[in-house]
Write a protein that binds this ligand. Structure first.
Ligand code: PEP
Length: 253
């Protein structure tokens, strides 16, 4: 089985509910019928009800940007898997580098969140990638292999069908710097090889591995043409309907 291409937007802390409604209303006709890839928008928690409603009957799926691993309790500011599911949310980003960098997320908490999300039936977009110093030190392969192993610890092969890995070199996120298509292909390949070692070649071949890091309307085609790159996780360019549509078009070419 070959991996499905998934083009996902990460809105981060952008767009109010009314802006989300307007955006999806504009985007939906632009991406209608472009079904060679799955299309996902991961939005701030407060936008989810509006986004789910606006995307109803379209080929756009809605996701969240994080989720807590406990079912309920004294975790002020956090949101549970049941809360997301009840709203009709299908996907969730876990382990984004901004969560790791600014909010103390570690591979241990990423693993706990991933297990909780999978148990609730959510599809996980699991983010990992090296920082600039690690790439310059020549240890990118070791770093992404270790993250893959830790983040997927104790997760059954069967559950992997609901896991997408987003390879996001931290130095390329929101910086305008993009990994070359060759770098993206090579490192996504290392992640795939690691999944094959932990699980099986079958699981590795079926896994969607996205590239993320300043992907845009100009560079998407080249990145998506690479064998090991099965889609993109897109920040800045997912806030502009024309740019996001161009990336969806590149995945449908
Ligand atoms: C991201 O937020 O995951 C991302 C890749 O952002 P950008 O496309 O803006 O670099």
């Amino acid at each position: 089985m070959s991996a499905r291409t998934v083009i996902a937007g990460n809105w981060k802390m952008n767009m109010t509910p009314s802006e989300a409604k307007q955006f999806i209303g504009e985007l939906a006709p632009m991406v209608a019928g472009k079904n060679a890839c799955d299309i996902v928008l991961c939005v701030p928690y407060v936008d989810i009800p509006t986004a789910v409603e606006a995307a109803r009957g379209t080929n756009i799926h809605i996701g969240a940007e994080n989720v807590h691993f406990e079912a309920k309790g004294a975790f002020t500011g956090e949101v549970s898997t049941a809360m997301l599911c009840e709203l009709g949310c299908e996907y969730v980003i876990i382990g984004h580098s901004e969560r790791r960098q600014y909010f103390g997320e570690t591979d241990t908490t990423v693993n706990l969140r991933t297990k909780a999300a999978l148990a609730a039936g959510l599809k996980v977009i699991l983010c990992l990638g090296e920082v600039k110093e690690q790439r310059l030190a020549g240890i990118t392969d070791e770093v992404v292999a270790m993250q893959t192993k830790l983040d997927l610890a104790d997760i059954d092969e069967d559950a992997l069908k609901n896991v997408i890995i987003a390879y996001e070199p931290v130095w390329a996120i929101g910086t305008g710097l993009t990994a070359t298509p060759e770098q993206a292909d090579e490192t996504c390949g290392v992640i795939r090889k690691t999944v094959a070692e932990i699980y099986s070649k079958k699981a590795a071949d079926a896994m969607t591995i996205q590239y993320g890091g300043s992907m845009n309307d100009k560079n998407a085609a080249e990145l998506l043409a690479k064998k090991n790159v099965n889609g993109g996780l897109i920040g800045g360019a997912s806030l502009v309907p024309e740019k996001f549509t161009a990336i969806v078009d590149a995945a449908n070419a």
